[in-house]
Ligand binder design. Sequence first.
Ligand code: HEC
Length: 132
Amino acid sequence: MPGARGASKGYSGRWLVLACFSLVACDGPPDRTPTLADADVATGRRLVTDKGCVACHTFPDVKWPRGGLGPSLHGFARQGLIAGQLPNQPGVLMQFVRNAPGLVPGTAMPAITMSDQEARDVTAYLLTLQSR
Ligand code: HEC
């Protein structure tokens, strides 16, 4: 099945990129210690409004706006993959929320400027979204 083989090649390439993200020697993510230890869920909840995520996504506890360009994030914490291709893990999600095109070339999700702490808070909030 040539199609299937092609797909798995792309996938392992993606893993190489991720491996690179965890190595200090690479050009490098700004935050080299991805941990949610000091993340604040309530701040993350506020940030998805302040940073404009709500313009493209719906969140279970945000009544308005309810953006429809991107996927609904109801139950996102229970999802195995981010954008259908990256493992849904805190360290990866933290990079994705502020630099989606860097991880998923060609994605319609834009890069969004935020600090390391803000990315942690947003990630912690997203990982509370259990129910659909
Ligand atoms: C301009 C519209 C837009 C904005 C603003 C935006 N996103 Fe997205 N987002 C998208 C689109 C489109 C996708 C689907 C990406 C893909 O599959 O390639 C996506 C995907 C995602 C995903 C993965 C969802 C899934 O089901 O795999 C998460 C998580 C996410 N966005 C979080 C955020 C957060 C947090 C913010 C704010 C910091 C944000 N997005 C801002 C458009 C947007």
